[in-house]
Design a protein around this ligand. Structure first.
Ligand SMILES: Nc1ncnc2c1ncn2[C@@H]1O[C@H](COP(=O)(O)OP(=O)(O)OP(=O)(O)O)[C@@H](O)[C@H]1O
Ligand SMILES: [Mg+2]
Length: 366
């Protein structure tokens, strides 16, 4: 960073020759390259040409308003650090200039040490600003690469492996001993977990990148509830769970993206099937009032301990229990909450350990 300070270019725009001389001497002594001008418009031209790291601008000049220079330069050169030079009585205008994009102010009269200190602070601020922007870009680039990597390099081989496993089961299933078949079956389940994880990752990255489909259209949540229940009914049957629906008639529509909301419903009902022991019941109901449409999904399963409840929407968070029959990535609820948020809705959970869990979603009525 020292190297950067030494070669930094500083522009000074002030209509008093003595101020320009004083600033030049003070700053050149510290190794900065200094350009000065008495004229406002010439100052703007110079700033555009030499792109200085820091520019000092006198607020009160007879030929040109310093405030306007601040406004033009802060829009034109977003990385420039603008510092206003003000008279004693003009703190109010210094504040005004800072609202327009100035970083700091230097009241007249000032000593060489003061101008050097404010310059150093400005340059450090600029360095952090530029660094933050670079890191932001880097993060975006990595996220894009990550999505491409996960979708191309991981998803396809996983799908292929799963297809091979299916083939082994279909072709040789009968001739395999039970032990061997069980091992293959376990591989199949683990691969499915991994595929789910990859899908969740992709969903999350797409939401964060703003590339997730948000083609909103008027939607009937009863229809989405009904379809999700149908999709999961075989699973419920297999896990010996009852699933019942209590869907309110004449439910107002909401604006939403059908595909992503279907995923939210499947996640939450899917959780209910995973975390409710055989013999349990899952209920899905809808309702509305003057402003909102509500969806309630409850189960009478194992529940979530009170002190764990605040964390369930956090990425990768899973409640560790004795029952590890159902593995997961801990991303399902994170994804669901992001989607509900993107719809301007709310999702909340209440639960009692050992008696069950209820998720309520609330959306603005169309
Ligand atoms: N209906 C429920 N009953 C009891 N615990 C639940 C219920 N729903 C969620 N949980 C708890 O919240 C945690 C987070 O849920 P989430 O859906 O995000 O992840 P997951 O189900 O573990 O994995 P996946 O990413 O595959 O969905 C779960 O691990 C579970 O401990
Ligand atoms: Mg889940």
């Amino acid at each position: 960073m020292d190297g950067q300070i030494e070669t930094s270019r500083i522009l000074i725009i002030d209509d008093e020759e003595s101020i320009l001389d004083g600033c030049r001497q003070a700053l050149e002594k510290s190794g900065y390259s200094v350009v000065t001008t008495l004229d406002g418009p010439e100052g703007i031209r110079l700033a555009r040409e030499i792109k200085p790291e820091v520019a000092f601008v006198d607020l009160k000049m007879p030929s040109c308003s310093g405030m306007d220079i601040i406004e033009v330069l802060s829009k034109d050169l977003p990385e420039i650090i603008l510092i206003v030079i003000t008279g004693y009585a003009s703190i109010v205008s210094a504040v005004e200039a800072m609202k327009k994009g100035a970083y700091d102010y230097l009241p007249k009269p000032f000593t060489p040490d003061q101008i050097r200190a404010v310059t150093k602070r400005g340059l450090e601020h600029r360095f952090l600003k530029v660094e933050a922007a670079r890191l932001r870009e880097e993060k975006e680039r990595m996220e894009k690469n990550f999505i491409t990597f996960v979708s191309h390099e991981m998803r396809s081989p996983l799908v292929t492996i799963q297809q091979y496993i299916e083939s082994i089961k279909a072709v040789a299933g009968n001739s395999l001993s039970k032990d061997v078949f069980d091992i293959i079956d376990r591989c199949d389940k683990r691969i499915q977990n991994l595929e789910d994880l990859v899908e969740h990752w992709l969903d999350l990255s797409r939401i964060e990148n703003g590339t997730f489909s948000e083609a909103k259209a008027p939607l009937d949540l009863n229809e989405i509830a009904q379809r999700s229940i149908e999709d999961l009914s075989v699973l419920c049957h297999r896990r010996e769970l009852k699933i019942k629906a209590d869907l309110k008639g004449n439910l107002p529509k909401i604006m939403g993206d059908q595909e992503s909301l279907m995923r939210v419903f499947s996640n939450i009902i899917g959780n209910a099937t995973k975390y409710t022991p055989p013999g349990g019941t899952i209920s899905v109901s809808t309702d509305f009032d003057d402003y909102y449409v509500y969806v309630k999904i409850s189960d009478n399963g194992m529940g979530i301990p009170q002190d764990k409840l605040p964390f369930i929407f956090e990425p990768f968070y899973r409640v560790k229990g004795k029952d590890e029959r159902h593995r997961g990535s801990g991303l399902g609820l994170t994804f669901s909450k992001k989607i509900v948020d993107a719809h301007g809705g709310k999702i909340d959970a209440t639960s009692k350990e050992g008696s069950g869990t209820t998720f309520v979603m609330k959306f603005n009525k169309l």
